[in-house]
Design a protein around this ligand. Structure first.
Ligand SMILES: CC(C)(COP(=O)(O)OP(=O)(O)OC[C@H]1O[C@@H](n2cnc3c(N)ncnc32)[C@H](O)[C@@H]1OP(=O)(O)O)[C@@H](O)C(=O)NCCC(=O)NCCS
Length: 574
């Protein structure tokens, strides 16, 4: 199987006696296409390369029996009549190679297919090629090169859909160079009105047992890529889709080579297409040159094969975090240049620590966590340690390191302990089939008897920590409310019932949230360190610039002379 064409499909060439019709008939036959007839009005009875010529498609069908596909090499003005005569003769697929076919003619052809259960490819198409089987149109040029370039999909291959003719061949060529097999390459044509559109072709590949993944060369203009994204979301396309979209730099109103490739009123933009397809779960590559590797990786993943190269397999040791090659840096597999300017720092931290990019709401939550801990005053132990070391004349790195080294169980390091304790409460509720409140009360009682403290609750200054309320709000917006957050609320309630003012503090909130996100607890205190570093750097630089060396730093008595209280609504948009 392949889509649209195969070795057996009986093909008619309209305009076979013309320059292109004659040349392409020879090339198509050399590749293996089953060309059974040609048509040129007034030239019936002749033959071209041994192929009988008829005056009309109807005559050809009546004389030879069913014809499956007609390919039209007739100048634009004659395409409408040629195509409609083929459709009316009962030919189910018409491939319209000519360019400059009037839009109205394409619409009339479309109307003619409706009543006849037929379809058409193009106009302005290079056609369709199924490696090792057949080519209809002009893809691949000489049969010998086409055979070398495109590897047949045996047992399976990827389906290629292109909105550009030249890039249909190039995509097939570069995939072949990467060892990727192809079921069929379809160039759908770049005109504004076309027959088989990108989503139609994708559905054909979805239903083709020979196709294992779908590779798209899309471009700006029209809503075809967005419709494909919707098909993926609706579960109508389940095979992996790997896409490159051309026209990134095109401005609104500029036609990008093809008539259909135009952005109008914000519709059909590069960014919109990339976003829609990415959100639907397709793999999008930024550079066309990255397409073959992306396809190879998807195919390997599908087959459960390791993506490691032989060199990596034979290396003395491996890391799963970053790959650095000449002119390329990838973090957890993502090209860092692609991440830059696209994902927030919080999302990049999440990616680095967990290996995967977060959903947008989780990325916002990560950013909020990092912002929440960026600085908590000049005298918490880490700031004091950093300032003290800075006052000795130590360098920035040593001073900041001193601050980081003071992040421990009782300062900034309660996140991990708190998360573990909350997990114990949640586990107890499940194990003993009791409510979370009951589990919290019982666990706190046990801890009290053992002289242990609950980490992440209470604050030496705040009775209602402003940061926790906001963090939980953002967590709820992200749809997060797992066992750890529930246990945290139960602990707060248990403390309140015992008349203790021990609200969850920012460490506890972060611990509960990170644990509910399923992150590895070993990294939790690291999140605090990442967040606090800018604050520590600012303290060290201030200490170095404003204070005398070796001063006695009062751990409590200090004032503030920075900007007065101000609001984000007065600031330039962050
Ligand atoms: C279609 C096209 C290839 C024809 O070019 P051509 O072969 O040089 O044109 P010719 O005039 O030599 O041949 C056309 C033939 O069609 C015949 N013809 C005209 N109307 C016809 C009809 N309704 N049915 C069948 N044949 C018809 C003509 O009689 C002529 O044959 P003849 O020379 O024996 O009389 C050309 O017009 C074209 O559009 N090229 C661009 C293709 C392209 O780039 N496509 C998009 C790729 S991205």
């Amino acid at each position: 199987m392949a889509i649209l064409i195969d070795k057996k499909k009986r093909v008619l060439v309209q305009g076979i006696t013309g320059r292109e019709g004659r040349a392409r008939t020879r090339l198509m036959r050399e590749y293996g296409t089953n060309v059974v007839a040609g048509v040129t009005p007034g030239k019936g009875g002749q033959s071209v390369l041994g192929v009988p010529v008829f005056n009309t498609p109807d005559e050809a069908v009546k004389s030879l029996g069913t014809i499956d596909v007609s390919v039209v090499f007739v100048p634009a003005a004659g395409v409408k009549d040629a195509a409609i005569s083929a459709i009316e003769a009962g030919i189910k697929l018409t491939v319209l190679v000519p360019d400059r076919v009037p839009v109205w003619d394409a619409m009339e052809i479309a109307a003619a297919t409706k009543g006849n259960g037929a379809t058409f490819l193009g106009p302005n198409t290079l056609g369709v090629l199924s490696p090792g089987k057949a080519v209809v149109g002009m893809i691949g040029g000489r049969a010998e090169s086409a055979r070398q370039w495109f590897k047949p999909g045996v047992p399976k291959g990827v389906g290629v859909i292109s909105r550009s003719g030249g890039m249909a061949s190039s995509t097939g060529y570069y995939l072949g160079q990467a060892g990727v097999r192809i079921s069929t390459i379809v160039h759908i044509g770049g005109d504004a009105v076309i027959g088989i559109r990108l989503p139609d072709a994708a559905l054909m590949f979805e239903n083709d047992p020979l196709t294992e993944a779908i590779v798209i060369f899309g471009e700006i203009g029209s809503s075809q890529e967005e419709e494909l994204a919707q098909l993926i979301i609706d579960g109508k396309i389940t095979k992996p889709v790997i896409a490159y979209i051309g026209g990134k730099a095109a401005r609104e109103g500029t036609r990008f080579s093809h008539a259909g490739a135009i952005i109008e009123g914000g519709r059909g933009t590069y960014a919109g297409k990339v976003k829609a397809l990415r959100e639907a779960g397709a793999v999008l590559v930024d550079a066309f040159g990255d397409l073959p590797d992306a396809v190879v990786n998807i195919l390997k993943k599908m087959k459960g094969e390791s993506l490691m190269s032989v060199a990596d397999k034979n290396a003395v040791w491996n890391t799963a975090i970053t790959r650095v090659e000449p002119n390329k840096v990838a973090v957890r597999g993502y090209n860092i240049a692609e991440l830059m300017g696209r994902v927030s720092f919080g999302a990049a931290v999440y990616l680095t620590l967990t290996g995967e990019l977060p959903l947008p709401a989780i990325a916002r939550l990560m950013d909020a966590i990092l912002v929440s801990s960026i600085d908590h005053g000049a005298t918490p132990p880490s700031a004091l340690a950093a300032r003290t070391v800075a006052s000795t004349g130590a360098a920035l790195s040593a001073s900041v390191a001193a601050g980081i080294m003071s992040i421990n169980r009782h300062h900034g390091g309660a996140i991990e302990d708190c998360a573990r304790q909350l997990k114990a409460i949640a586990d107890r509720a499940a194990r003993e089939s009791i409510s979370m409140d009951e589990a919290a009360t019982r666990t706190l009682a046990t801890m009290r008897e053992a002289g242990e403290r609950m980490s992440g609750f209470g604050h030496r200054l705040h009775t209602k920590d402003p940061r926790t309320t906001r963090l939980f709000e953002l967590a709820r917006e992200a749809g997060l409310d797992g066992a750890h957050m529930q246990a945290a609320r139960a602990v707060e309630k248990a403390f309140a019932q015992a008349k203790k003012v021990l609200p969850i503090n920012v460490d506890g909130a972060i611990g509960a949230i990170l644990a509910d996100l399923g992150m590895n607890p070993a990294a939790f205190n690291g999140v605090f360190m990442i967040a606090r570093t800018p604050g520590l750097i600012a303290h060290v630089i201030e200490e170095q610039n404003r204070e005398k060396p070796m001063r006695r730093i009062d751990p409590v008595n200090h004032g503030y002379d920075g900007p007065p209280a101000r609001s984000l609504s007065d600031a330039p948009s962050p």
